[in-house]
Design a protein around this ligand. Structure first.
Ligand SMILES: CC(C)(COP(=O)(O)OP(=O)(O)OC[C@H]1O[C@@H](n2cnc3c(N)ncnc32)[C@H](O)[C@@H]1OP(=O)(O)O)[C@@H](O)C(=O)NCCC(=O)NCCS
Length: 196
C-alpha cells in the first residue's frame, strides 16, 4: 500500500531506510524522532523496525516520503498509536532540512489526512508539538487544526536538559472536510509557482 501525490510517493518503510534517516538526523528536540536519544547506537534501526512491525499490525503508518522526480527519500510522515475503538491517531512529520519550505509536507500531510479519515475510518487526528516549534505550530494553523491545551514540562529535551511544554492539537473529520478543498487548491497554485 502506498499513496501518490503530484510530486511524491509515500511508501512503507524498509530496513534500508534506517541509514538514510540516520544520515539526515539534522534537527534537535522533535518529540517523535529525537526524544529520548537519537544518537544512541541503533536508534534509527530500532525505529525503522518498529515502524515496519507496527505497519503490519495496522497500528502505525509512518510513510517514507520519496520525491518522484529524483527517487530520493526526503522525510517521514504519518499516523501512529492508532486506536480503532475511539477512531483516533497521532500525526508526526519530518522533512529533511534541505527539502524544507517547498510545500512537501503540506502535500504529504493532505494525502495522509485523507488516508486516515477515508481509508482507516478515523474520526480524529491529534498531534503534540513542542511550544518552541514554530514551523510545526504554523502548520497546525494552516491546516485548521484546533489547539486543545498544553502539557506542561512534559518531555526532557536531551540537548538542553530542560523539560519542554507540549501543545496538544486535534482535528475532526468534518473539520477536515471543510478545510481540505481550500488547502488542495492553494497547494496546486504554490506548486505551479515553484515550477515557474
Ligand atoms: C515542520 C516541517 C515538517 C515542515 O515541513 P515543510 O515541508 O518545510 O513544510 P511546508 O513547506 O509544507 O510548509 C507548510 C507551512 O508550515 C509553516 N512553516 C514551515 N516551515 C516554517 C518555518 N521555518 N517558519 C515558519 N513557518 C513554517 C508555514 O505555515 C508553511 O506554510 P506557508 O509558507 O504557506 O505559510 C519541517 O520544518 C520539519 O521537518 N521540521 C523538523 C521536524 C518537526 O518539527 N516535525 C514536527 C514535529 S510535531
Amino acid at each position: 500500500m502506498r499513496l501518490e501525490t503530484e510530486r511524491l510517493i509515500l511508501r512503507k518503510p524498509r530496513k534500508s531506510d534506517a541509514k538514510i534517516l540516520k544520515k539526515n538526523n539534522d534537527t534537535i528536540a522533535i518529540r517523535d524522532f529525537f526524544m529520548p536519544c537519537p544518537e544512541k547506537e541503533g536508534y534509527f534501526e530500532k525505529l525503522t523496525n518498529r515502524c515496519i512491525r507496527e505497519w503490519e499490525k495496522k497500528k502505525r503508518y509512518w510513510f517514507i516520503i520519496v520525491l518522484k522526480k529524483t527517487g530520493k527519500v526526503i522525510g517521514l510522515s504519518g499516523v501512529k498509536n492508532i486506536d480503532y475503538y475511539n477512531k483516533t491517531g497521532y500525526l508526526s512529520s519530518w522533512i529533511f532540512k534541505r527539502y524544507r519550505r517547498k510545500y512537501y509536507l503540506t502535500e504529504a500531510k493532505i494525502a495522509i489526512h485523507d488516508f486516515c479519515f477515508n481509508d482507516l475510518g478515523l474520526r480524529k487526528l491529534k498531534s503534540e508539538v513542542a511550544t518552541f516549534n514554530k514551523p510545526s505550530i504554523n502548520m497546525q494553523a494552516k491546516f485548521g487544526i484546533t489547539f486543545e491545551g498544553m502539557k506542561r514540562k512534559e518531555n526532557l529535551n536531551p540537548y538542553t536538559k530542560k523539560y519542554t511544554d507540549m501543545n496538544l492539537y486535534g482535528i475532526l473529520k468534518p473539520e477536515w472536510k471543510k478545510v481540505a478543498p481550500g488547502l488542495k487548491k492553494d497547494l496546486k497554485k504554490k506548486i505551479d509557482k515553484l515550477k515557474g
